[in-house]
Design a binder for this molecule. Structure first.
Ligand code: GLV
Ligand code: MN
Ligand code: MN
Ligand code: MN
Length: 423
């Protein structure tokens, strides 16, 4: 490629690129599975280990690090005035199952690095830069995505969290406690209104746009909305040899049609941007038994709230008809997880100007992935910085961004933060 990412030779501050990359390399060992990427699911021991590693690492740099009752790691200057409004920088350190090393974690490590550099500068600022690693952003094990950012902004549904278990029946509250949090104290994780002056999140793009156009920095304009739909198909379990085809109520055959109905929402029907069934579980899941029950989880996404609502309504209608047509009972539980979210004009400008200062080209773009920034947006203005993803691949072990681009993104975060804290 012909991109030129030479760092300016002036005395403008920079992140310590060697440290950024070595911390990322170290943390990538936590939850790594040989040949199968990283599994560091939220509210589990590996996520806690990643937090502990960062806390230890940045305490050695003279910063204060603590885990709050929601399992969020918070890193800031020791001498910081607790009353000063905060410029919050962060992302998450949990992963999906067999995920990559950069989704979330890159933004957290860069945020810690930026707070360290700003602390070293020791300048007077209107806002206190603070780094955060939000817990359970993905919801891969406990299906409560954005758990940490919801906790920090006082938006958690405590009743829902209290009854939630993983697939093995372990309670969320038990896992959270083992990971250093405490559901009984969860209200104490919520920051007071007005304490966050702004939130900036650096993240890999997780799509192909920046790489395709050979642009190092994405300035996010808006983030997709997302609805998760838990679906249960109840049929009649029976003998695969003796039950005539005409008398079957096969839950898996009905579920197969559910999968295609979900796909059509975004394809032939064009009602939403994307639609996916990522998760399917049948019972009893045995070769010579007609499946009696199937559970699926679908999700649909779009940048416009009214389109998302329309796609939800269309799915409800279609699945109800499918239940009748297949003689099964189809129940669905819709969970609007995030609304489409705009970033703040002033934070976008700070990111774009930072990129300009560093001689980095940038592109305003949309995010089809969800981010903690969307949750924080209900409490404070947000901004996001993207760097390219090789092949556009993410939520997979092959996730990769070249080191020079990782450093460029972290420097952009630093310069944007510098502008915002002193403004
Ligand atoms: C968040 O990781 C998402 O699934 O978009
Ligand atoms: Mn993710
Ligand atoms: Mn992420
Ligand atoms: Mn510009």
């Amino acid at each position: 490629t012909n991109r030129s990412l030479a760092r300016p030779t002036d005395d403008a501050p920079h992140v310590d690129s060697a440290q950024l990359l070595s911390v990322l390399a170290e943390i990538s060992r936590i939850g790594a599975r040989t040949g199968a990427g990283i599994t560091r699911t939220g509210l589990g021991p590996e996520e806690a280990q990643a937090r502990a590693y960062l806390a230890e690492r940045y305490r050695r740099e003279g910063l204060a690090a603590r885990t709050d009752p929601a399992g969020n790691l918070i890193v800031r200057r020791r001498e910081a005035d607790p009353a000063k409004p905060v410029l919050l920088l962060g992302s998450h350190v949990d992963t999906v199952v067999h995920g990559g090393r950069l989704d979330g974690t890159y933004g957290v490590v860069a945020a810690c690095e930026v707070v360290r550099v700003l602390a070293r500068q020791g300048m007077e600022s209107a806002y206190e830069p603070v780094a955060v690693a939000f817990s359970n952003e993905e919801g891969a094990r406990f299906p409560y995505p954005f758990f940490g950012s919801l906790g920090l902004t006082g938006q958690l549904d405590i009743a829902c969290a209290t009854t939630m278990t993983d697939r093995d029946g372990t309670a969320l509250s038990t896992a959270l406690r083992a990971a250093g949090g405490d559901l009984d104290m969860i209200e104490a994780a919520a920051w007071p209104d007005g304490s966050i002056a702004g939130y900036l999140e650096l993240h890999i793009e997780q799509g192909p746009v920046l790489e395709d156009r050979n642009i190092p920095i994405g300035v996010v304009e808006a983030i997709t909305g997302r609805t998760i739909i838990d679906i249960t198909v109840q049929g009649v379990q029976g003998h695969a040899g003796t039950t005539p085809m005409s008398l079957r109520r096969d839950a898996l055959v009905a579920a197969a049609q559910v999968v295609l109905a979900v796909q059509r929402l975004a394809t032939t029907r064009g009602l939403c941007a994307v639609s996916t069934v990522g998760c399917l579980d049948g019972e009893p899941n045995v070769t010579n038994v007609i499946p009696g029950m199937v559970r699926l989880t679908a999700e649909i996404r779009d940048g416009r709230a009214e389109r998302l609502r329309a796609a939800e309504r269309a799915l409800v209608a279609e699945l109800s008809a499918l239940g009748s047509a297949t003689g099964t009972r189809i129940d669905m539980d819709l969970r609007p997880v995030t609304r489409p979210t705009q970033t703040d004009h002033r934070l976008r400008e700070a990111v774009a100007t930072a990129a300009d200062d560093l001689g980095l080209t940038h592109l305003e773009m949309f995010s089809g992935a969800g981010h903690d920034a969307q949750i924080v947006a209900r409490s404070a203005p947000i901004g996001m910085v993207f760097v390219p993803s090789r092949g556009g691949i993410s939520h997979a072990p092959q996730e990769h961004t070249d080191d020079d681009l990782l450093v460029a993104g972290a420097d952009t975060l630093l310069h944007a933060a510098l502008r915002l804290v002193t403004e």
